[in-house]
Design a protein around this ligand. Structure first.
Ligand SMILES: C[S@@+](CC[C@H](N)C(=O)[O-])C[C@H]1O[C@@H](n2cnc3c(N)ncnc32)[C@H](O)[C@@H]1O
Length: 323
């Protein structure tokens, strides 16, 4: 399958780039991608980067009123404020979350096929995820959590924005099939502290909004049972993504509020494979989402240059996460 070829190419790039030494804070620097040749991805090693010595360490951040967390490494308050401001619109299919509503069938198709294969479930039955525990991290108003629950999964949805969780709860309670979803205003790292674990951990369109993507992936891994699965979707830090996901979607077509995405916060597929690998999650399959402006529909594709989704598995051996 072509998507497997894409993945093999990514894996070989990861090997070439000595990925064990990557500094992800440096990957936030958009100019860093221009400092590489075509065949070499934008990795920077610890040895290449000077280590800044803080003179006055900043005071610890105040606890967020929106969360019930004790650790908050993934929280980016600036990003959370944007979601809080539009929380009421989650279920407006023509509102700011229209792109996610339109993408939902396509991303659910990917989740259904990869997770059914992994957990040896029949993808053609109506409730293939019966008996499996899923967590939807950064669930927003629950537009993914609900169909997962209808497919039989026992779903926990968590989001750092309290308003999102309230909207998700209200909406899920409208249907007996979704009213059993456990919604909580919290973070992945807080669930780790509570020693929660799930068969599958899903975080769609969240990693580009968190403060520390590598730490976030470690939390996702810790939440995944040995032998379990992780699914992440995000946007590639490519020029095409800048042109389409930011300039077109936010400024020309007004699909999303201006400022929804910061290009420098996007991860390339190679970077995502790497940080998941460092968190003991081995990416098995990756696919792109492409939009057809004529039909208004999204479909799965081998083109991962803008929106992409990755399915990975955690080693069946316990506690292999690298520090
Ligand atoms: C673009 S939305 C995606 C929502 C949902 N995953 C989907 O795809 O339908 C990103 C969500 O992640 C949440 N979020 C951002 N940072 C988070 C964090 N550190 N922990 C939990 N949720 C977070 C935001 O509040 C927002 O609801």
């Amino acid at each position: 399958m072509a998507s497997k070829l894409v993945l093999n190419r990514l894996r070989s790039l990861c090997r070439v780039s000595q990925l064990s030494d990557v500094r992800f804070d440096k990957l936030r620097d958009p100019l860093s991608i221009f400092s590489t040749s075509q065949n070499h991805v934008a990795w920077r090693s610890y040895s290449e980067a000077s280590q800044p010595t803080p003179i006055n360490p900043p005071p610890p951040p105040p606890p967020s009123p929106n969360t019930s967390t004790t650790t908050s490494s993934s929280l980016n308050e600036f990003e959370l404020a944007k979601f809080s401001a539009i929380a009421e619109t989650w279920w407006d299919a023509e509102g700011p979350f229209k792109p996610l509503h339109l993408m939902n069938p396509t991303r659910l198709a990917f989740i259904r096929s990869t997770l059914c294969r992994h957990f040896r479930k029949d993808p053609n039955c109506t409730r293939p995820f019966e008996g499996l525990k899923f967590v939807d991290v950064g669930c927003g108003g629950g537009i993914l959590s609900e169909p997962l629950a209808r497919m039989g999964a026992t779903v926990t949805g968590v989001d750092a924005v309290d308003k999102n969780i309230k909207i998700a709860r209200l909406h899920a309670d409208l249907d007996p099939q979704t009213s059993s979803i456990e919604y909580r205003c919290t973070t992945a790292e807080s669930l780790v502290e509570e020693q929660r674990q799930f068969d599958a951990v899903i975080a769609l369109e969240v990693i580009e909004h968190v403060a520390d993507p590598a730490g976030f992936c470690k939390s996702l891994s810790a939440l995944t049972i040995p032998g379990g699965a992780t699914v992440i979707s995000t946007i590639n830090r490519s020029m095409r993504a800048y042109a389409t996901a930011i300039v077109a979607a936010e400024y020309l077509l007004h699909w999303l509020p201006k400022g929804t995405h910061q290009w420098s916060s996007f991860l390339t597929p190679e970077e995502l494979v790497l940080i998941l690998q460092r968190a003991s999650i081995s990416v098995q399959e990756m696919a792109g989402f492409v939009y057809n402006p004529l039909t208004g529909r999204w479909s799965l594709s081998d083109d991962i240059s803008v929106n992409f989704i990755a399915f990975g598995t955690k080693s069946a051996k316990k506690d292999e996460t690298l520090d």
